[in-house]
Every structure is written in structure tokens, then in C-alpha cells.
Design a protein around this ligand. Sequence first.
Ligand code: AMP
Ligand code: ZN
Length: 120
Amino acid sequence: MNNDAAERRDEDCVFCKIVAGEIPSERVHEDDQVVAFKDLSPQAPVHVLVVPRQHRADVRELAHQPEQLAHVVAVAGSLAQKLADGDFRLVFNTGANAGQTVFHVHAHVLASGELAEGEL
Ligand code: AMP
Ligand code: ZN
């Protein structure tokens, strides 16, 4: 892994590959700090992931960059406004025992109706 703070990337990380455009995704937003795309297995009518471009394992690590964390929340809010009625759930699964399967921090943005059965 390259630990340069400006260009953090893990060569084996699926979300680093999505950020780099090496794996396709249905992007709904991108800027210099984050990429947002539709979740492959949606658990709500609107289910997008907001992913910081820099590789960090989870939201505990992202909290060391509070401006980036705040930006993730702001993008979640604007996407909920754009794609749904503005209200949303924001979920950061953190650690394998809490259901985290991709260890590149991502915010699940869930909106527009009842959540599907199953865990997030
Ligand atoms: P988590 O379980 O919180 O780590 O969430 C990982 C999420 O990433 C799951 O909801 C998956 O459906 C989603 N996911 C995994 N691979 C992809 C992909 N290539 N494109 C879009 N979503 C993905
Ligand atoms: Zn990554």
C-alpha cells in the first residue's frame, strides 16, 4: 500500500479499483475527494455508496480527517435530495463483526422507502 497521504491506494482493494475506473460502477457523483456509485445489491430504492478517493480502512480512520468525513456527509445529503425526498439513513459498517466486507471506508446512503429485508 502506498502510504503517501495524497495518494493512498491499496492495490488489492475493490473500491480503489472503482475509484480509479478499473472496475465499472454506476456513478452518481464524483469530485476531487469522493466518488459515489450505486450499490450492487441495493437494500432500499435508493442505495448508493459514498467513497473517499483515498484508501482508509474504515470510518474510525476517516475521522482523523474531519473535513473529509464532513464532506462525505454533505455529499450523502445532496444525493438524498437529488435521488429521493431528502431524508436518508447513513450507515458505516465498521469491522467484520458489524458486517463490513469491503475495507475501504464507504458510507451507505439509504433513502426513498422501506429498507429491504436483511442486514446491512
Ligand atoms: P459493507 O458490507 O458495509 O462493507 O458494504 C460493502 C457494499 O459494497 C455491499 O453493500 C456490496 O453490495 C457493495 N459492493 C461490493 N462490490 C461492489 C461493486 N463492484 N459495485 C458496487 N457495489 C459493490
Ligand atoms: Zn481502497
